[in-house]
Design a protein around this ligand. Structure first.
Ligand SMILES: Cc1cc2nc3c(=O)[nH]c(=O)nc-3n(C[C@H](O)[C@H](O)[C@H](O)COP(=O)(O)OP(=O)(O)OC[C@H]3O[C@@H](n4cnc5c(N)ncnc54)[C@H](O)[C@@H]3O)c2cc1C
Length: 389
């Protein structure tokens, strides 16, 4: 039984491990030329807080020991959804498989103002990119971070701690509106401000003008800043180009059902590349869990047995760095739900739980504290599941 996996990130490696454990002969295609790595750790790599080796998921021998044929520098250029063959950019040969798993993740969104300005203006995204950014950051006294998601917050924390003048620009009126209610966001705002990060919310970057060793950043609200480095962290989008000529149902990502099966039987998609129930999700717990299920289901498809459904991991995000803490699980407070604040041991801490109309626990948000976070997430009601990664 031969299973081909496209993309060796969190989803692809997890799928490969599971499929190999179940006896499949696994080929894992990676577009990158480095061993698969923990993508969130590229932020620390760019700021010199970790080294290249420590961010790899496994040493090279691990893949061989687990019966996984890892092909680095092998970007898949197209697949044939009838013959189940895969072609890579640098090889004339097509390889045939019994089932395929598409785990190519996403590519960073690069806004027009960020194009063509060299390595000091770039997305925080990949191993290679982080290494280039590291050289720029070592010389920088100032950093503008665009995008206030988890990556933007983390980059800002590191930059400010290293004594760089740091500004974080976020287009929404409050921080992380998809995850936090207004009150939690206000606490996050104060926590970041206290760490010498200037927060400009409700503004978008319109233009970046190159100058002598510095860039001028202009926002739609008339804001004007100068900075040596500009980090863009405005999200990603799956690259669907290898699949556009196929029978796969594509929209924003590769459309899948509850079992991660695509519209073509025997082909599964997982992680950032997959679009399930109309949405794509970008976090490590989801990618890892979906990878596991895709690996298992690809084997089950070949063996003609029944397919499993994917669980929804409870933890949405979690960041802890030198006294700074931000943890989110389940659903955020919104209309129809009640938010209950839990006692906090110090000022400027938000510990909230969200209850639905029946009083069931459906969300947990914590800023400035992680007290009882794990314990509470284990009690989250459906559809969330607490799964050890
Ligand atoms: C800077 C940054 C920080 C983050 N921080 C966090 C965090 O703190 N917590 C959290 O939960 N999530 C975080 N995320 C999100 C998380 O990293 C992603 O959700 C997760 O990596 C998705 O896993 P994946 O396997 O689907 O995709 P990826 O990890 O992106 O892996 C996909 C791989 O497939 C390769 N590929 C793509 N196309 C092809 C092709 N045609 N052929 C061969 N290979 C291909 C890509 O090069 C890549 O190596 C962060 C993301 C970024 C960019």
């Amino acid at each position: 039984m031969r299973i081909g996996i496209i993309g060796a990130g969190h989803a692809g490696v997890s799928a490969a491990r599971k499929a190999a454990e179940l006896g499949a002969e696994v080929t894992l295609f990676s577009a990158e030329d480095v061993l698969p790595y923990f993508r969130p750790r590229v932020v620390a790599l760019a700021f010199g807080l970790t080294d290249e080796e420590s961010i790899c998921m496994h040493p090279g021998e691990w893949y061989e020991e687990h019966g996984i044929d890892l092909r680095l520098s092998s970007p898949v250029s197209s697949i044939d959804t009838t013959a189940f063959t895969v072609s890579t950019q640098y090889s004339e040969n097509e390889e045939a498989f019994d089932a395929l798993i598409l785990a190519g993740g996403a590519h960073p969104v690069v806004l027009p103002w960020a194009q063509g300005l060299g390595s000091a203006v770039r997305p925080m995204w990949s191993f290679e990119g982080a290494k280039e950014l590291k050289g720029e950051l070592q010389q920088a006294d100032s950093v503008v971070v665009v995008g206030g998601g988890l990556t933007g917050v983390e980059a800002s924390l590191y930059a400010a701690e290293q004594g760089k003048s740091t500004t974080l620009i976020e287009k929404f009126g409050h921080m992380m509106p998809l995850f936090l209610g207004e009150e939690a966001a206000a606490v996050l705002h104060r926590q970041l401000t206290r760490r010498n990060i200037v927060l400009e919310t409700g503004q978008m970057v319109n233009e970046v003008q190159p100058g002598r060793g510095r860039f001028r950043v202009l926002t739609d609200k008339g804001g004007e800043l100068e900075s040596r480095v500009i980090i863009s962290s405005v999200g990603g989008k799956p690259d669907l180009s290898p699949y556009t000529e196929t029978a796969l149902d594509l929209e924003y990502g590769i459309k899948v059902g509850e079992t991660l099966a695509t519209s073509v039987p025997g082909i599964f998609a997982c992680g950032d590349a997959a679009q399930q129930n109309g949405c794509t999700v970008a976090n490590v717990p989801t990618a890892t869990l979906q990878g596991r299920v895709a690996g298992q289901n690809a084997v089950a498809y070949v063996q003609k047995s029944s397919l499993d459904r994917t669980p929804l991991p409870a933890v949405q995000m979690s960041l802890k760095y030198r006294g700074f803490q931000l943890h989110v699980a389940g659903t955020k407070p919104e209309e129809g739900y009640e938010e209950v604040l839990l006692p906090a041991e110090q000022d400027d801490v938000h510990r909230g739980v969200v209850l639905n109309r029946s009083g069931d626990l459906i969300g947990v948000q914590m800023v400035g504290s992680g007290e009882a976070f794990q314990k509470l997430t284990k009690q989250l009601g459906a559809p969330w599941t607490h799964v050890e990664l």
